[in-house]
Every structure is written in structure tokens, then in C-alpha cells.
Write a protein that binds this ligand. Structure first.
Ligand code: SAH
Length: 218
């Protein structure tokens, strides 16, 4: 393994293990999620000047006004999404630096991820290649549209805050599928939408803080 991947000091495996212990204390119980978060080096997704803070429980800037979500929120959303059953095809909206994509890629068959900012998509592609992750498809597109040609998805994870749940995304959810989406503007909470043969059910969970889901490409 290259020294950048294995890390030293504040980016070492020992520091990452401390993050896992903290996630347990914070209430994350899914061992598969904890294992994957222990396996994936979060520091390589973060610019070098901030890499020493990669395993603290904060959102960190990615550039372009965007942030990498804090470890607890990544763990919590992944746990909500993957807990019930094995997942085949999953759609992520908001690739950012690709950290959440990498975590999901180890837990499901295939991840499709959509990002509206081209430079961030390029950054994610570089990071995921460095980790030799290949069961992912990245697309430069507006997440409001989803990826109709690859639907239906067993699960959809939105990683930017929406003001309304896009109908197009609900339509791309398989029957029996689940979507996790942060909802709101200043006050936000996680919303879980499940599709059954009879329609959709919605539940409201934890308070969160995400950058907004915006329209159009850049
Ligand atoms: N999943 C990332 C979170 C990145 S922050 C992580 O692991 O940390 C949210 C991302 O959503 C940003 O990169 C932002 O550019 C992107 N985004 C916002 N609105 C979007 C939209 N309509 N379509 C696609 N991506 C969007």
C-alpha cells in the first residue's frame, strides 16, 4: 500500500479506529458499516492541509462551497439505507469528493452517483480510482432528474438538502426500495421514503445540516 493510503500520525489506521469507537458511542450499531468505515481511508478524500482533521467528527470543506459530510452522518445514512436487506443498484445524488460513494460501493452491488459540479466529479473519480473501486458509475448531471435509464434503484441516497422530494426520484425507486434524503433549508431533518406496492410512506428522523440541493450544471 502507498504511504498516502496507509497514512501516518493523525491519518493513521489507529486514528481511524478511534473514529470507529466514537461512532459506536454515538449509536452506530451496524458492524458492516463500521467495518467499511474502518477500511476506507477518509483522509485521501480531503485536501492535504486539512487531512489531519479527517477523522474528527466534522464536516470539512471540499472547495466550490461544498463540504464532505461528517463521519457520523455518513454512518447514520448508510446504516438507514443498507440495514434491511442486500442491495443491488443504488443511486447517490451529490458525489462531492466520493467518500460516501466509496463507503456504499463496499456494501452494495453497484453505485450510480450524480454530481452537478464537474471539477468535483473529476476529484471523486481520481479518489475512487486511487482506491481501485470499480463498481461505481459517476455522472455529471442534475440530481433532480436522477438516472432514468438505469432505474429502478433498490435505494437512493441524497446528500444535499432538498426543499421537496423530487417526484422523478421517487419514480426511480424500486418497489420495496428506500430513499434517504435531508429535507429543509435552515432547519433540516433526515427523511426516509419507502416505496411499497401500495405507494409511498414517509418518516422523519434526525436533525442534520447539509449544503442545499441546487439546480443546473456547472
Ligand atoms: N456525498 C458527499 C457529500 C457532498 S456535499 C460526501 O461524501 O461527503 C453535497 C454535494 O451535492 C455537493 O458536491 C454538491 O455539488 C452536490 N449537489 C447539490 N445539488 C445537486 C444536484 N441537483 N445534483 C447533483 N449534485 C448536487
Amino acid at each position: 500500500m502507498s504511504s498516502r493510503l496507509s497514512g501516518i500520525g493523525m491519518t493513521s489506521q489507529r486514528t481511524r479506529l478511534r473514529m470507529i469507537e466514537r461512532l459506536r458511542v454515538q449509536g452506530i450499531v451496524d458492524e458492516a458499516v463500521l467495518n467499511v468505515m474502518n477500511e476506507i481511508p477518509r483522509h485521501i478524500f480531503i485536501e492535504e492541509a486539512l487531512a489531519s482533521r479527517a477523522y474528527e467528527d466534522f464536516a470539512l470543506p471540499l472547495g466550490f462551497g461544498q463540504t464532505i459530510s461528517q463521519p457520523y452522518v455518513v454512518a447514520r445514512m448508510t446504516e438507514l439505507l443498507t440495514a434491511d436487506k442486500p442491495l443491488g443498484r443504488v443511486l447517490e445524488i451529490g458525489t462531492g469528493c466520493g467518500y460516501q460513494t466509496a463507503i456504499l460501493s463496499k456494501l452494495v452491488t453497484e453505485v450510480y452517483s450524480v454530481e452537478r459540479l464537474l471539477p468535483l466529479l473529476a476529484l471523486a473519480r481520481k479518489n475512487l480510482r486511487e482506491l481501485r473501486i470499480t463498481n461505481i458509475r459517476l455522472k455529471h448531471a442534475d440530481g433532480h432528474i436522477g438516472i432514468p435509464e438505469a432505474a429502478p434503484f433498490d435505494a437512493i441516497l441524497v446528500t444535499a438538502a432538498a426543499t421537496h422530494v423530487p417526484e422523478t426520484l421517487k419514480e426511480q425507486l424500486a418497489v420495496g426500495g428506500k430513499m434517504v434524503v435531508p429535507m429543509g433549508t435552515r432547519q433540516q431533518h433526515l427523511c426516509v421514503i419507502e416505496r411499497t406496492a401500495r405507494g409511498f410512506s414517509e418518516s422523519r428522523l434526525d436533525a442534520v445540516k447539509f449544503v442545499p440541493m441546487l439546480s443546473g450544471l456547472s
